[in-house]
Design a binder for this molecule. Structure first.
Ligand code: DGY
Length: 340
């Protein structure tokens, strides 16, 4: 088989580029330009494969304009940047990068919870600004984590990692809501109890959002849900922008409807709602929950493994629409020029 052509849509570890170059004619983007949809379409011309990240939208327009494309490997567990139905219709495979990031992301969720509840960044800004002149009994007094009630919305692998940390590390009571309850064995292991969404909102001292994004969960947390939470509660979002109505959250933080929020993801990121930037009672991080170096490297290798496996006729590791496989393995790769 001729070497297939691969587009790396964003900069990645140089060792990943080198590894992929052994198997593909690679067009890389090591300058890490953020392309418009039109630029992405132009770059995809003649490419058989794409290595994508969460910001690279593979939708019906991209697919219609990229007839040679066979597979897109996302270096992310989330894949809401893929229109998976359109990809399946077009016979284009999608893969994601689950599992390798679970523990790192759960670590970060917990770090964000702790930083938010214990007001760590807010107090550091105060100190750096030279405002610390004396000890006071209530200076940056926040909420306890140990022994409190941890609510988790979305109890997949990362949610379970957070539950484990809370129950076993901090003696928290864990309650959760999910599309379906976990098995009794897993619940017992995590010391977690399934509750309705309403009870989750009302009872959690700290509520962590870990559910995958789809249009059906858009603004799952809005003004009405925030109003159901305790005024002392902390909200943490490490899932996706759009799950929380950021304007409603900014208002709730300003009104003290809830005490504080820790946010790693935002609607319209990297742009942020100005009300969030103004609020002191929110910890803001730039979508880095999976960003330890070993984990990001493992995610990149998993995306590369999928691409290499596909063109070697081997089973994919983490396919999202494997039904496509039965259709397109028969079509030969057309050698093309100008992309080596
Ligand atoms: C993911 O893997 O979905 C993370 O959000 C990283 O982008």
């Amino acid at each position: 088989m001729n070497k297939p052509h691969l587009l790396l849509a964003r900069a990645v570890f140089p060792e990943i580029v080198d590894r992929l170059a052994q198997h593909f004619h690679v067009v890389s983007n090591q300058a890490d330009e953020v392309w418009t949809q039109a630029q992405l379409i132009a770059k995809l011309q003649g490419q058989h494969a794409a290595f994508t990240t969460g910001g690279d939208r593979i939708d019906g327009d991209v697919l219609a304009a990229s007839p040679d494309l066979r597979i897109c490997a996302n270096m992310a567990v989330g894949y809401n940047n893929f229109d998976l139905e359109a990809m399946t219709r077009a016979g284009v495979l999608g893969t994601n990068a689950p599992d390798v990031l679970t523990e790192t992301t759960a670590d970060f969720g917990f770090a964000l919870l702790m930083a938010t509840a214990r007001r760590i960044t807010e107090s550091e800004h105060f100190l750096r600004a030279g405002q610390w002149t004396k000890w006071s009994y209530d200076l940056f007094a926040g909420a306890d984590i140990h022994g409190s009630t941890l609510g988790i919305l979305g109890m997949g692998r990362i949610g379970q990692g957070i539950a484990r940390r809370g129950a076993h590390g901090f003696g928290m009571q864990v309650i959760y809501h999910n599309r379906s309850p976990l098995t009794p064995e897993i619940e017992a292991d995590l010391k977690a109890r399934y509750v309705s969404k309403q009870d989750l909102l009302a009872q959690a001292d700290h509520l962590v959002l870990v559910l995958p994004y789809s249009p059906s969960v858009h603004h799952t947390i809005g003004a009405a849900e925030l109003a159901c939470m305790k005024p002392t509660a902390t909200l943490v979002n490490i899932a996706r922008g759009g799950i929380v109505d950021d304007a409603a959250l900014a208002q709730a933080l300003a009104n003290r409807t809830i005490a504080a929020a820790g946010l790693d993801v935002f609607e319209g990121e990297p742009q942020l709602h100005p009300g969030l930037l103004r609020a002191a009672n929110v910890v803001l991080t730039p979508h880095i929950a999976s960003a330890s170096l070993p984990t990001r490297l493992a995610m990149a290798h998993l995306a590369a493994d999928n691409l290499i496996a596909y063109f070697s006729g081997k089973p994919l590791l983490t396919p999202l629409n494997p039904e496509v496989l039965s259709r397109d393995l028969t079509a030969p790769i057309r050698e093309n020029s100008g992309h080596a």
